[in-house]
Design a protein around this ligand. Structure first.
Ligand code: SF4
Length: 351
């Protein structure tokens, strides 16, 4: 059985599909061969996963064309005929792919767009206050997908139903030197202040205040992880403390994964970094602004905490991409550094 899994983006969603991979492996057993198709920038998220035989990257940003992609899939199909396309993205792009290979059976997931649309447009938060009930009861997205699989294929409840990564040689090779070079050793807390969209970010000044108080209240180091373009993280350099390690723009994805996997706690926005941390079993504090935990992407670890304010305007978009229409960014500004600190200390069991 050769299955082509399709999920182009985003980082967190690709990480969440490790639950799908585990489910398929447990269900189909050793005869299963899995190929994962994703955007080139996320190949290193998944290429080490023991359940995936091959990863195909689509590099649209650097000009790879649709024709180039279909050539790769043609080649794959020639080498090892694809029995099923599992479209975990369910967008126009993945629909086009399914149409291009219409002779291959395909399944697509239901992303509950309608429920998310209603939650965004008619503000279930307001309804919840009125009726004291969550009308739609949206649950963890991966859980819903696996429930759908079980309705099609059959029972497989024994499998862990959350994302999962294991530490292994794929990280050790590239990352240990880097960890040593930047003194990322001993217990440390990761702060991940970036997010795919501006309005999903907790204000940088709140992150800086949090970093300062974490350094005062704990003996742990504080490591900042962010991408090359996240220059706003230079604000952390104002903190004069050798236990603050600002790695903004200094690590690649695999190195960031290695750092997260060894951390005692990860604190960040509703973004991929906390999904990676959770996949390694690291507890998280996740800050939700314009998006809503009820979309089904909140952390779910026993010790993990979600912080999200109830506002009439929230959620204002399904992805957090839409510009804030209020005079201030209340959904994020109302989450105080003290509140985040309290959650962090509770997780770390520091009185
Ligand atoms: S304050 Fe309200 S409108 Fe502005 S980003 Fe947050 S949820 Fe959206």
């Amino acid at each position: 059985m050769h299955i082509l899994l399709v999920r182009f983006s985003s980082m967190g969603d690709v990480v969440l599909q490790t639950a799908t991979i585990n489910w398929l492996r447990a269900f189909f057993g050793k005869d299963l061969s899995l190929t994962f198709l994703t955007s080139e920038e996320f190949v290193s998220l998944i290429d080490h996963h023991e359940g995936v035989q091959k990863v195909i990257g689509f590099n649209r940003r650097s000009g790879e064309s649709w024709k180039d992609l279909t050539k790769k899939i043609d080649l794959l199909h020639e080498e090892n005929p694809i029995d099923l396309i599992l479209d975990l993205h369910a967008t126009l792009r993945s629909f086009r792919l399914r149409c291009s290979y219409w002779t291959i059976p395909a399944l697509t997931v239901d992303k509950r767009r309608w429920e998310r649309f209603l939650l965004t447009k008619i503000k279930i938060t307001a309804f919840k206050k009125l009726f004291n009930a969550n009308i739609f009861g949206l649950t963890f997205q991966v859980e819903r997908i696996l429930n759908d699989f079980e309705a099609i294929f059959g029972d497989n409840r024994a499998v862990r139903r959350t994302q999962e990564f294991r530490r292994g040689p794929h990280q050790e090779l590239t990352s240990l030197e880097k960890l040593e070079a930047y003194s990322v050793e001993g217990p440390y807390i990761v702060l991940a202040p970036s997010a795919s969209f501006f309005y999903k970010r907790w204000p940088i000044q709140s992150f800086v205040t949090l970093a300062q108080t974490l350094l005062e209240k704990t003996t742990q180091k504080v490591v900042i992880l962010a991408g090359k373009d996240d220059d706003f993280c230079q604000e952390f350099n104002k903190i004069n403390n050798p236990r603050l390690i600002n790695l903004q723009g200094k690590t690649n994805l695999k190195e960031s994964m290695a750092i997260l996997s060894r951390s005692s706690l990860s604190i960040g926005n509703d973004s991929g970094m906390n999904h990676i941390a959770e996949a390694y079993g690291v507890p998280c504090v996740t800050l939700f602004g314009p998006t809503d935990p009820r979309f089904g992407f909140a952390p779910h670890g026993n010790k993990s905490v979600t912080l999200s304010k109830e506002l009439y305007c929230k959620p204002c978009s399904t992805t957090g991409k839409k510009e804030c229409y209020r005079d201030r960014h209340y959904c994020m500004e109302m989450i105080s550094p003290q509140e985040v600190l309290s959650s962090a200390l509770k997780i770390l069991e520091i009185p």
